[in-house]
Design a protein around this ligand. Sequence first.
Ligand code: DAH
Length: 377
Amino acid sequence: MATSDIGLDKTLAGLGVSRAAQVTARFAEVRADFDGHFTTVRDESDWKMFRDRWLGRKSGVLTLITDNWLKPAPPDLKRVVGQELNTLRAHVEAKIEERRTAVEAGAESASLARERVDLSLPGVIRPIGSHHLIPQVFQEVEDIFVSIGFSVVEGPEIETPYYNFEALNIPEFHPVRDDMDTFYLGLPKDAPEPLLLRTHTSPMQIRIMEKCQPPVRVIVPGKVYRRDNPDATHSYVFHQVEGLAVDTDITFCDFTGTIEYFVKQFFGPGVKTRLRPSYFPFTEPSVECDVSCIFCGGIGTAAGGGTCSKCKGAGWIELFGAGMVDPAVYGFVNYDAKKVSGFAFGMGIDRLAMLKYGLDDIQVFFQNDVRFLRQFP
Ligand code: DAH
């Protein structure tokens, strides 16, 4: 109903109201108007308009009643108008407040309904990475040696010829250098010395002994480089773990015991170890460590008959090089060769991984084909 329809723009006298009963009837009409509209208030914007129409300071219905009905009312009606107005105000305010709570709750539950997360929907599965097989095998090897008192150290992949060769008793023009042809860094002409990518982890033997006095018991995992053409067993980058134990009373027995312990831990208790004489410039005596063939169990015959293709019928597989540290090496690090002794070994991690996990191509480590990687989560 418009303001004029309930007579809010006029005074009571102007409306012909002169008795208390007429006042009460007018207020009843206003209240009916309020109650009628009240039920149509649904959302927040309805509610705001409704509130302003009734409670607005300047031209809200209650203000108009105060200004047009109450203030100019004759003294004999003032009391009843005041009472009626108070009752109406209490009713209007209470109802509007009540509606506010309802409208807000409605808005809230509507937005909750809109934003509701359906927990029963299947989620987006993000793939979680895992370690590549090579670091996994590094870890296996490290765990075994750490359990018997070795520490893990790492060294630079860029080396000087001194550490990579000379101090390991490999002088210039030594034929061993041919097997270890590597990558030299392109340096300015006035560079003090050439630099190369290390061909093995053995240079760390020298760096460790330069820094520490015996007892020394370390293993050195890391990448090494050679100018090899890639094929099933060669790659220009591969991985090694160097081992070095030096003290005043280390014997060949300590050496063989350590190697055997490692082999049994790594491949299993049934695998046997065999040492064959070999040659490395930095060990004397030097050995090649073989293990009984883990594919045919050392018998040289494949499961279905015929020769085992892995050990070619030999029953043994070559694993890594090792030996007692050559006294000449101690000379390079100022150790007294008469007082100290020790052993060293250098394992190819790629080879260990291929044997243990039955892989026949080293290239799979570098191709990063997820179908391969997923097999070693
Ligand atoms: N550095 C040798 C290589 O890469 C492996 C090796 C052999 C390391 C005998 C040793 C060792 O420490 O004693 O071929």
